[in-house]
Write a new protein. Structure first.
Lengths: 267, 267
């Protein structure tokens, strides 16, 4: 269905705008992704938005045409509106000319097939949406199976996290679990849990990584709780040559993930 | 000098608050850093704030006492104020209980002694303050000499960049230059310019890195201009196993920097 919206107080506009807040996303089970590039990534991964919202007067683009066709074919809505209303929806002064509405995915741990990939990323209590999206993007780059979020992480369906993932939110398996649920699940089958640590750790280069390998990073300011580190199969140290003793969490995860990748590819 | 400020309209409050905007920072040549940890990093690097602003009723702390002593000994000001006023200054709902005022550093390229370290990071047109701060933090971790910002980068003295640097803004040499200035400077002495690229590139692992090695990353959405890539002494590829063809800029710089570090340390 196609329609046009011109009023700021239109209920659809209010609904879409409300999804900037986590509580509304959770109540509705929906989230927004902005920009033709992100929506094309979604489409190529088989994720078609339920609603496509476009600015009137945008530049024509064959990828946008393809997206429109797929949305309509899937029974979704195509909504044309003004740039001002798009700004209101996305909360940005210069919004992308198009955004899409999606249902949140299943994020249960039981949906994770650990044997589908040699490498998985795990983030514990990650609070920064940019870091979380970056972890998803890195997971995609290293050919990981997905990202498992432990404990109280920031919402991966926030606009900031979706944007920072550069489309990887649509291609990577995403799961959310408490540690108490994750650890028994991990131990029920093969799986090596690895984290950077200072406790009885071996150098990260040349460490005996083995797939399926779960690379875990901790909260941005607290790091991992001690018992999480102690539960790891492998603790590794990375050189810290400066005054500080840590890296940005998403950076540490990426450096480690690339090292695991090189080891597994060589093996 | 010690004093207490209770009014929101106090000129010092207005002045400090104005530093959240780049134009005011540039006019005054000053910036703010928040939090006892960051200020202690600064102090241990020999950078004493010109003014220390503290919330009344904060928890006592020996590091804060030491900071106060050093500020007063250096002829600076210690200002006590309310939490509400600190919130107003920093623009955060839950501000750190202390913040410090600093003069911006010299960021001229001529201040860079390339032989002081085997590794340097270079960021071109980096737009995200979190990425920029993260690059500084990574530079510290890998024992780099500093970060060179090329072309139109986001301001490294913004609160967000300073915070993301986790103190590395005080320990790493920071320089800013246009490409037209940087390239002749680089070529005037030894120095290997390295970037991730898809043009006639060799695998990033085992590439012939040599110090002083300058690891360069490009703008978040555009990457590096072609002629910048072509000017590199070494172009390397990193595995991209997913659907996307790139990493977050700060992540790419870190993975590459750790690889360079491992090569130089082994050599």
């Amino acid at each position: 269905m196609r329609r046009s919206i011109t009023g700021f107080s239109n209920p659809t506009v209010k609904f879409l705008k409300s999804l900037r807040e986590k509580k509304h996303r959770k109540r509705e089970g929906k989230f927004l992704a902005e920009g033709l590039r992100l929506l094309t990534d979604a489409r190529e991964s088989g994720r078609i938005p339920e609603m496509l919202v476009m600015a009137q007067g945008r530049d024509p683009h064959p990828l946008l045409d393809a997206l429109e066709r797929d949305v309509l074919a899937a029974g979704g809505e195509v909504v044309e509106t003004s740039e001002d209303i798009l700004s209101k929806i996305t909360g940005k002064d210069n919004p992308q000319a198009v955004c899409g509405l999606f249902s949140e995915f299943d994020t249960s741990l039981s949906g994770v097939d650990r044997h589908a990939a040699p490498l998985w990323l795990v983030a514990q209590a990650m609070r920064d949406p940019g870091n979380l999206g970056t972890m998803l993007r890195t997971a995609d780059a290293v050919g990981a199976g997905g990202l498992i979020l432990l404990d109280d992480c920031v919402d991966p369906f926030s606009v900031e996290a979706v944007r920072a993932s550069m489309g990887a939110i649509f291609t990577q398996k995403l799961a959310m679990a408490r540690w108490e649920e994750f650890l028994p699940w991990l131990r029920a089958d093969a799986g090596q849990l690895v984290a950077a640590s200072l406790r009885e750790a071996v150098p990260y280069r040349g460490a005996p990584y083995a797939g399926p390998c779960f690379v875990m990073v901790g909260n941005e300011s607290q790091g991992l709780p001690e018992d999480y580190e102690l539960a790891c199969d492998l603790r590794v140290t990375m050189p810290m040559k400066g005054r500080a003793d840590s890296l940005n969490a998403a950076v540490a995860g990426a450096v480690l993930a690339y090292e695991v990748l090189a080891t597994l590819d060589a093996g």
